[in-house]
Design a protein around this ligand. Sequence first.
Ligand SMILES: [Zn+2]
Ligand SMILES: [Zn+2]
Length: 147
Amino acid sequence: MNKDISALLEQAQAICIERGARFTNARKKVLELMLIHGGAVSAYDLLDDLRETDSGAKPPTIYRALDFLLEQHFIHRVESQNAFIACNHFTDDHQLQLLICEGCNDVQELHSPQIQQSLNEQARLNDFLIHSQTVEARGLCHNCRED
Ligand SMILES: [Zn+2]
Ligand SMILES: [Zn+2]
């Protein structure tokens, strides 16, 4: 296994122990598959990947694992793709913006305080209370624009 991936899995494990959350084998495996896959991945792609080692894997296994990983903020939902990405740093809940490549499906996670501030400010001016938000931009990454 890639050294970075095993380091991230160990980090996730340590965070779960600290939080008293159960990082079961299925949950760990789904996170591992996401880290190996890279970019945006759908629940069905994950199910296919999981079935290579566990032919009896069922959709609820994936959905339960994804719910857990979302709750722990180890992954993010990519709304416009109906997919998920592994977070590039495991911390507490954080606001983010996504740059989604339509060529290779790579997703870059941004944390711009300026974007966040303007959105909060606009919501405040409109007397609006934000519960959740999605800022996703689609286009082509550097690699996908080269001939
Ligand atoms: Zn993140
Ligand atoms: Zn690309």
